[in-house]
Design a protein around this ligand. Structure first.
Ligand code: HEC
Ligand SMILES: [Cu+2]
Length: 340
């Protein structure tokens, strides 16, 4: 009875998982290695499960008490052969798994020639990315090309965080004072969700990021444009006022390429107008959210490390928003990319 129900439950789970595509994405080299290990562990588990339950069932049926069985059945103590095999078989299984794991670890940790270097610094509660070769800083939304492996060099500026892009790569801890590595590759253009996967404080759950994967030519166009980019001069009186306020109140922590703002305590806002999200992937980048954020970041993100600006007038807030939205690389729109 129960067995049947359990089988139905497992079947239903698998059907739902398949229908919802809860699959491990095997494009990424690291994920593929881990998936292979999982298959081996599963195979051994099934063999052991079948062996143990099979022996148990056989014993129960074969040696059950029958009418008239009144005498004590034969009693055994110690059986060297059984004990020897019960030690040897698990030992072999553990050794096989050990060798497979060691092989996978070597493969996963081997540097990939020609990989795109990205330096990642995790902070409470946001992510800083630098495209190493190009020397370009991008905060919270990393732009990469499709079809080229990415080698992430990871560290943390404060506590332990963990870098995780479920559709592309396994988790890697970001540890203060240490460098760790994560390697992955996107095979489809898209807007991939990333998360912090290590409890790091009040806004741990609000510490997300995006990876924007572009076709190689589109990526190259982006890199060339961003390299040459200098923040455009404000075109309206209000945006000009916004820039003044920004220089006075925000530039100590935020950088805008091509201006006097060079702060590094907060995310780089050079191409804020191209950004899809605000506050490290927590809300959509809309004017309403932006103004709410500047007035009081902790109302949207507990313990956020940016001060509130309750003293800014509505006019100044609108001016700041005008200015920030004008910081844009023309000709790029990431909103239409599929999401993973
Ligand atoms: C003391 C440093 C500091 C000052 C001053 C500061 N910020 Fe911030 N800002 C931060 C930090 C840190 C974050 C990241 C917070 C988070 O996401 O957890 C941030 C995040 C932001 C974001 C979201 C960026 C993103 O990538 O999602 C915007 C927009 C922003 N600040 C605008 C401003 C404006 C406008 C001002 C001036 C009125 C300002 N900041 C002043 C430190 C500062
Ligand atoms: Cu974190």
């Amino acid at each position: 009875m129960y067995g049947g129900r359990i089988l139905v439950a497992i079947g239903a789970f698998l059907a739902v998982a398949l229908a919802h595509n809860v699959s491990i994405v095997t494009d990424a080299p690291l994920n593929r290695e881990v998936l292979n290990l999982l298959v081996w562990v599963l195979v051994f588990s099934v063999i052991i499960f079948a062996g143990v339950t099979g022996a148990l069932l056989y014993t129960i049926v074969r040696f059950r008490r029958r009418p008239g069985d009144d005498a004590l059945p034969p009693q055994f103590r110690e059986n060297a052969r059984v004990e020897f095999s019960l030690t040897l078989i698990p030992l072999i299984i553990v050794l096989v798994l050990f060798v497979l794991t060691a092989q996978a670890l070597v493969k996963i940790n081997r540097p990939i020639a020609g990989a795109l270097g990205v330096e990642v610094t995790a902070r409470q509660f946001w992510w800083d990315f630098v495209l190493t070769e190009e020397g370009l800083r991008l905060s919270n939304e990393l732009v990469i090309p499709v079809g080229r492996p990415v080698e992430v060099k990871l560290t943390s500026a404060d506590v332990i965080h963990s870098f995780w892009i479920p559709s592309l790569a396994g988790k890697t801890d970001a540890i203060p004072g240490q460098t760790t590595y994560n390697r992955f590759m996107a095979t489809k253009p898209g807007n991939y969700y990333g998360y912090c996967a290590e409890l790091c404080g009040a806004s741990h759950a609000n510490m997300r990021f995006r990876v924007i994967a572009l076709e190689p030519t589109e990526y190259q166009r982006f890199v060339d444009a961003y390299r040459a980019y200098q923040a455009p001069e404000p075109k309206t009186e209000r945006a000009r006022r916004g820039q003044e306020v920004f220089q006075a109140r925000c530039a100590a922590c935020h950088a805008v390429k091509g201006t006097a703002a060079t702060g590094v305590l907060g995310p780089d806002l050079s191409i804020f107008g191209n950004r899809l999200t605000l506050a490290s992937g927590v809300v959509e980048n809309t004017r309403e959210n932006l103004i709410r954020w500047i007035k009081d970041p902790t109302s949207m993100k507990p313990a956020a490390q940016m001060p509130a600006f309750p003293d800014l007038s509505d006019a100044d807030l609108e001016a700041l928003a005008d200015y920030l939205e004008s910081l844009k690389l023309e000709g790029f729109d990431f909103r239409t990319l599929p999401r993973f």
